[in-house]
Design a protein around this ligand. Structure first.
Ligand code: BES
Ligand code: MN
Ligand code: ZN
Length: 503
């Protein structure tokens, strides 16, 4: 999709579809009012007759408007003017996107950036509109022999800005929306691919393909022999039951000053999680193909960074394995030595995410990172605790947690912080090793997993995102969401702004 911004009056737009907002009850938005005046009160007549109340979700498509330069007008109900919050605006954006996809219009001009969204600026609205339109056009039909994506002639979207002064920053907002959407699409594709295609080797190939596409990216893939050499006993214990070789992918984006320390993103890449010998129940097990969505979000975020050419150094680190039961698989009771030297008693082979992440986190120390964020579909308990809206957030550094909360708010890809108190740590005590990989009860499962990881992150500022509830949708809309690419990209955009703000 091609996006551009434009200032100017709605009635002057030669466009296949002009999109205007209508408030409840039957009130024109300022842009709709301007257009109405130019077409002899056509819209206000229509509202007076009761054809559109302006409730959220209502819409009306009009043709042959007297004296108009546009071919069609799409009137979109926006609800009460004073009630337009983030959620409402995003709904309106999604509904406009859906309605436009159903028309025969090749292009559309949207006058929605002037809707008053509480404490949000023009750029936020522009970015949300771009993301909603891109989201509505995402289809995953690579593996259907008959492509069922509908015919959609829409090619070009023009977004209104109040004046010329706002154009440059609105164009930047468009670029950000486009880059974030492209990153999300990559994350969704990788998540949606079946586990017989999207294996650890496949993820490594995708990282290599990304590095070929963008010269600022350098990739290195460690194989099992190299990991053995290093002493990654925890990571390697997970892959033992699988016929697929494990990989550790390191993808470095270097566009910051040569001496600037990197931000690091570490993504869980379990391409299928059967639970191993602690086998999961069969119901819904197919969804464990999404257990690599943390890894996918790292690749998606690096793609967004590259598209935006952010002046930062960012390293993506992806430990990727398949967790299968097999003759060589780890048993409950096995004790392994992690790269950090700490020994771990594996009491449950289904708590495998923390085993691969702990070695990747120790490996991250070598790059002397400014901050490390790991992203993982780590615990079912996180879904029980928080539901499916926010990512679970844990951190050993309060200002990093604050920065992520703020980025989550800006990107509308929100987080909720849970405690990492020392009180919980004794739950991981083992009689036979330095620690167990699970606690002996189900209390605070998401917290216990984070506590485990915290034992491997003492040397840097670290945050952990548990995306078990947010990385994909179940049921009829089953599919990867592309989250938290918006959050992570925003976090990095904020770091760029912060660096610019410094003298
Ligand atoms: N990948 C799962 C977590 C998960 C489960 C995410 C369901 C989303 C939906 C993870 O590897 C896992 O199995 N965790 C266990 C931990 C337990 C054994 C302590 C869990 O959550 O049950
Ligand atoms: Mn598991
Ligand atoms: Zn898992």
């Amino acid at each position: 999709m091609e996006f551009s911004v434009k200032s100017g009056n709605p009635e002057k737009q030669r466009t296949a579809c002009l999109v205007l907002g209508i408030y409840e009850s039957r009130r024109l938005t300022p842009a709709a009012e301007q257009f109405d005046a130019a077409c002899g009160g056509h819209l206000s007549n229509l509202l007076r007759r009761g054809d559109l109340e302006g409730k959220p979700g209502q819409s009306l498509l009009l043709f042959n408007i007297p004296d108009a330069l546009c071919e069609r007008v799409l009137l979109m109900g926006c609800g009460r003017e004073r009630e337009i919050d983030d959620r409402r605006f995003r709904k309106i954006a999604a509904q406009v996107a859906m309605a436009l996809n159903d028309t025969g219009a090749n292009d559309a001009t949207l006058y929605l950036s002037d809707l008053p969204v509480k404490s949000r600026d023009l750029n936020w609205k522009i970015r949300q509109l771009v993301e909603a339109i891109e989201e509505s056009r995402y289809y995953f039909d690579q593996l259907k022999s008959r492509k069922d994506a509908p015919r959609r002639p829409l090619r070009k979207i023009i977004l209104s800005a109040p004046g010329r002064r706002e154009l440059a920053s609105a164009e930047q907002a468009v670029r950000e929306g486009v880059a974030i959407s492209a990153g999300m699409a990559l994350a969704k594709d990788l998540g949606n691919l079946p586990p017989n295609i999207c294996t650890p080797s496949y993820l490594a190939e995708q990282a290599q393909a990304l590095a070929l596409e963008f010269p600022a990216l350098r990739v290195k893939v460690l194989d099992e022999a190299e990991m053995e050499q290093l002493g990654m006993g925890a990571l390697l214990s997970v892959t033992r039951g699988s016929a697929q070789p494990a990989k550790l992918i390191r993808l470095a984006f270097r566009r910051g000053p040569a001496t600037a320390k990197p931000y690091m993103l570490v993504g869980k890449g379990v391409t299928f999680d059967t639970g191993g010998i602690s086998l999961k129940p069969g119901d819904g097990m197919d969804e464990m193909k999404f257990d690599m969505c943390g890894a996918a979000s790292v690749l998606g975020t690096l793609r967004a960074c590259a598209l935006l050419d952010l002046p930062l150094n960012v390293i993506g680190l992806i430990p990727t394995v398949e967790n299968m039961p097999g003759g060589r698989a780890s048993r409950p009771g096995d004790i392994v030595t992690s790269l950090s030297g700490q020994t771990i008693e594996i009491l449950n082979t289904d708590a495998e995410g923390r085993l691969i992440l702990c070695d990747a986190l120790t490996y991250a120390e070598r790059d002397e990172p400014v901050a490390v964020i790991d992203i993982a579909t780590l615990t079912g308990a996180c879904i029980i605790a928080l539901g499916r809206y926010p990512h679970g957030l844990f951190s050993n550094h309060p200002s990093l947690a604050t920065a992520l909360q703020s980025a989550g708010h800006t990107a509308y890809d929100r987080v909720w912080e849970l405690p990492l108190w020392d009180d919980y740590q004794e739950g991981l005590d083992s009689n036979f090793a330095d620690m167990a990989n699970v606690a002996n009860n189900r209390d605070g499962g998401a917290i216990m997993a984070a506590c485990f990881l915290s034992r491997f992150t003492k040397k840097f500022h670290w945050a952990h995102l548990d995306i078990a509830g947010t990385a994909w949708k179940s049921g009829k809309a089953k599919g990867a969401t592309g989250r938290p690419v918006p959050l992570l990209t925003q976090y990095l955009l904020d770091r760029v702004a912060e660096a610019k703000g410094k003298p």
